[in-house]
Write a protein that binds this ligand. Structure first.
Ligand SMILES: Cc1cc2nc3c(=O)[nH]c(=O)nc-3n(C[C@H](O)[C@H](O)[C@H](O)COP(=O)(O)OP(=O)(O)OC[C@H]3O[C@@H](n4cnc5c(N)ncnc54)[C@H](O)[C@@H]3O)c2cc1C
Length: 259
C-alpha cells in the first residue's frame, strides 16, 4: 500500500482532547521521514496549533505474528489488541497493558509501564529503517529511551502462562484514575518521590485554569474539564514546575510530550 495524507482532528484524536485539525502523513512503507514527527494514538502528547508536521503508521503495521518463541508485532498495533492476543495464546508478561492506552510504537518509545513492569523488560529487538536493533544496544530507563527514529516493529521474547489474577491486580491499580480526558501522568516521578505528592504539597491538586486542572482524584493528571486549551495546559505545567522548584528544589520533568 502507498503512503497517503489524511486529516486528523486532534481535539478528538488525542486523549487530552486538545489540538487543531491537521493533515498528517499515513506511512505504509518503511522509510526515512525526516520532515515529520511520528505520532502513535496521541495518549501522551499535548499538541499546539503550531505543531510540526506529523506522520502516523498505517494498517500495514498493525499485525501480530508468532514464529517459534518470538513475537513480531507491528507498531500500529494497539495495546488492547496485544493484550487480547496474549490472553488467547497464553503468553505471559503482557498483563500490564490492560488500561495502558497506546500503540506499540508509543509504548516502546516511552518505555511505558506500571510500577516495575515496563515494556522494555520483555522485548528482544526493534525494527527501524536500518533493520533490527537489539535491546542491549538501546538506552532505556524509567519512561525514557534514546530512540530517535520511527520504530516499525517490536520483537518480544515469548514466555508462557497468561495470568488472569495479575491482570486483575493491574486493573485495580487504575481504579482511582480520573475518567475525564487527560494524557496520563503529566510529569515523571522524580527519584524516590511522586510527582502527584509534590503537586498536592504545593497546593495545586484540583487547581483549575480555564478548563484545565490538576485532577482532584490524581494530582499528576492534567485533566481537560471540557473544551480546555493548550495555553491553559502550559500555564499549569509551568506553575507546577515553578512551585515545586521553590518549595522542594526539585525540577519536575514533563512526561507528556509537547508539540
Ligand atoms: C488515561 C491514561 C493513563 C495512562 N497511564 C499510563 C501508565 O500507567 N504508564 C505509562 O507508562 N503511560 C501511561 N499513559 C501514557 C500513554 O498510555 C503511553 O505513553 C503510551 O505509550 C502512548 O502511546 P501512543 O501510541 O498514544 O503514543 P503518542 O502519545 O502518540 O506518542 C508518544 C511518543 O511516542 C512516539 N512514538 C509514537 N509512535 C512511534 C513509533 N512508531 N516510533 C517511534 N516513536 C513513536 C511519539 O513521537 C511520542 O514521542 C497513560 C495515558 C492515559 C491517557
Amino acid at each position: 500500500m502507498n503512503n497517503f495524507l489524511k486529516e486528523i482532528n486532534f481535539a478528538k484524536y488525542s486523549s487530552i482532547r486538545i489540538g487543531p485539525k491537521s493533515e498528517v502523513l499515513v506511512i505504509e512503507e518503511v522509510g526515512e521521514y525526516r520532515g515529520h514527527k511520528i505520532l502513535g494514538l496521541g495518549n501522551n502528547v499535548l499538541i499546539s496549533d503550531t505543531h510540526p508536521s506529523f506522520a502516523v503508521l498505517g494498517s500495514t503495521f498493525d499485525y501480530i505474528e508468532k514464529k517459534d518463541d518470538l513475537l513480531y508485532v507491528g507498531c500500529a498495533t494497539k495495546s488492547g489488541k496485544l493484550l487480547s492476543y496474549a490472553k488467547k495464546n497464553d503468553l505471559a508478561k503482557f498483563e500490564f497493558l490492560g488500561k495502558l492506552p497506546g500503540s506499540l510504537g508509543g509504548l516502546v518509545k516511552m518505555n511505558a509501564g506500571l510500577k516495575e513492569f515496563e515494556i522494555f523488560n520483555y522485548i528482544h529487538s526493534i525494527k527501524t529503517k536500518d533493520g533490527y536493533i537489539k535491546k542491549e544496544d538501546i538506552e532505556y530507563s524509567y519512561r525514557h529511551t534514546n530512540i530517535n527514529t520511527i520504530v516499525y516493529e517490536v520483537v518480544f521474547n515469548c514466555t508462557y502462562g497468561y495470568s488472569k489474577a495479575q491482570s486483575e491486580v493491574f486493573k485495580k491499580m487504575r481504579d482511582n484514575q480520573p475518567q475525564v480526558p487527560s494524557a496520563g501522568s503529566c510529569f515523571k516521578n522524580p527519584a524516590n518521590d511522586s510527582a502527584g505528592r509534590l503537586i498536592e504539597a504545593v497546593g495545586l491538586k484540583g487547581f483549575q485554569k480555564g478548563n484545565m486542572a490538576f485532577s482532584i482524584e490524581h494530582a499528576n493528571f492534567l485533566a481537560n474539564m471540557g473544551e480546555g486549551n493548550f495555553d491553559d495546559a502550559i500555564y499549569l505545567i509551568n506553575l507546577a514546575k515553578q512551585k515545586v522548584k521553590e518549595k522542594f528544589n526539585i525540577n519536575l520533568e514533563e512526561e507528556i510530550i509537547i508539540y
